[in-house]
Design a protein around this ligand. Structure first.
Ligand SMILES: Nc1ncnc2c1ncn2[C@@H]1O[C@H](COP(=O)(O)OP(=O)(O)OP(=O)(O)O)[C@@H](O)[C@H]1O
Length: 419
């Protein structure tokens, strides 16, 4: 793989992004924003980004010139073991930032925390003391205690180490769900097509465009379950882009991807950055990290232990010895293991969705039986009611997971799948 010809740097950017504002938008507004983003006002300039990052102190927690995400005092313990203990972290807007570190360093747990799929221990245990409470802001909006669904609405979406494509839905239907928010959310919107009928064509065109870009268009009518592991990764990334996120977080995007697809995935990630989307990604393949990252953050034992441009960080002997040396660059194999993991992930996702679907169907029945009036002026309230139902299901399950996780003994944790 080609080495970068230049050190990389931070960005100007997302501020100039002409894509839709997500914060504070109603569900109906959100549906209206799913047409292809207009990034014509976005003036990405790599040399500006590079110059800005070159001026940043290469030390853990260093302030960035234009941070899109700022995290303070976030910790997560499992039993007596501290999985995440991040004092301060800033992610530069408009850049591709890699989060690296050895197995068990806390990278996925950190992703889970800031995207609302898990809750920090600090927020629960240190209540009453504002000094010690975990805080994180995304585009200036406080996100601590925010549900995963609302985090996605705020413009921060993520993909998972193990893909969550919905196996019993077609590729196109997966994309249409993605237009609303995170994978699996808003199923009921799909059930109530009339509510967003006028937007359907735009949404469909956007989905088709993305499927073309990700070379999945020919598969649009196939069940997602029939795709290869690599294609599911592509589908998950394409689906996440349906909501025009300001930042996308990719958890090991290359793992399990056929080498033939790796290059095109890298190209997609770079294109995202070049068109105004901030990218934060976890990756073990150091060639990939070196090739596309503007900035690298190193985690070990839950803490941020180094930060800097790839050229500097990845040449630090201590980083090489402690965090990279043990790492395999041969992550792309072992299909049998992946298949097993995919099946488990898919089963869990299907189960969760059936609950969301049941809630949606119950509400739809109430509408049909006249218990809930839906007329033109009431559409937004109806949508909001469904949204709340789904958010409640998601929140409850997140709370149950967090509770269950608290009692899991450290060490007994197998490679888990986020819900
Ligand atoms: N639900 C859980 N219950 C108990 N321990 C957990 C749980 N989730 C994570 N851990 C532990 O927290 C630590 C951090 O795990 P995490 O998966 O975040 O690391 P990682 O850096 O993403 O690792 P990898 O590179 O292997 O994906 C590990 O020791 C892991 O075993």
């Amino acid at each position: 793989m080609t080495e970068p010809t230049t050190p990389v740097g931070g960005g100007d950017s997302g501020r100039h992004r002409a894509g839709p504002e997500t914060t504070g938008a109603t569900t109906a507004d959100r549906a209206a924003t799913t047409a292809a983003p207009d990034n014509s006002g976005y003036d990405y300039d790599r040399s500006v980004l590079r110059a800005k990052l070159a001026a940043v102190d290469e030390m853990p927690g260093s302030p960035k010139p234009d941070p899109i995400l700022v995290v303070d005092r976030i910790t997560r313990q499992f039993g007596g073991m501290t999985a995440v203990d991040v004092d301060h972290l800033e992610v530069q807007r408009g850049a591709i930032t890699a989060l690296i570190g050895p197995n068990g360093a806390g990278k996925t747990t950190f992703f889970n925390l800031i995207t609302g799929f898990d809750r920090p221990s600090s927020a629960k245990k240190l209540f009453g003391s504002s000094d010690n409470t975990a805080r994180w802001e995304f585009q200036g909006k406080e996100l601590a205690s925010t549900s995963a669904y609302k985090v996605a609405q705020a413009g921060m979406v993520r993909t998972f180490q193990l893909t969550k494509a919905l196996s019993r839905m077609t590729v196109m239907d997966n994309m249409l769900l993605g237009s609303q928010s995170q994978p699996g959310e808003k199923l009921s919107m799909a059930l109530w097509r009339p509510l967003w009928k006028q937007r359907e064509q735009e949404i469909r065109e956007k989905a088709e465009d993305l499927l073309h870009r990700f070379k999945l268009y020919e598969k649009r009518d196939d069940y997602a379950g029939s795709l290869s592991g690599g294609q599911r990764k592509l589908l998950e990334m394409a689906r996440a882009l349906m909501s025009d996120p300001a930042m996308i977080m990719l958890d090991e995007p290359m793992a399990g991807v056929n080498p033939a697809l790796t290059q095109s995935l890298l190209g997609h990630i770079e294109t995202l950055r070049d068109t105004g989307t901030t990218v934060l990604f976890v990756e073990h393949d150091m060639h990939v990290v070196r090739h596309i990252s503007d900035w690298v953050i190193v985690m070990a034992e839950g803490r941020i232990v180094a930060e800097g441009t790839p050229a500097t960080v990845m040449n630090q002997q201590s980083v090489i010895d402690a965090y990279l040396g043990a790492h395999r660059d041969d992550d792309l194999g072992d299909d049998a293991l992946l298949d097993e993991d995919f099946d488990a992930a898919i089963e869990a996702e299907d189960e969760r969705l059936s609950k969301v679907q049941a809630a949606a169907e119950e509400y739809a029945a109430e509408v049909r039986e006249g218990e809930v009036q839906v007329d033109e002026t009431g559409v937004e309230e109806s949508v909001a009611a469904v949204t709340d139902t789904e958010a409640a299901v998601t929140d409850r399950e997140a709370a149950e997971t967090a509770e269950a996780a608290d009692v899991v003994e450290p060490g007994s944790h197998e490679k888990k799948e986020e819900r």
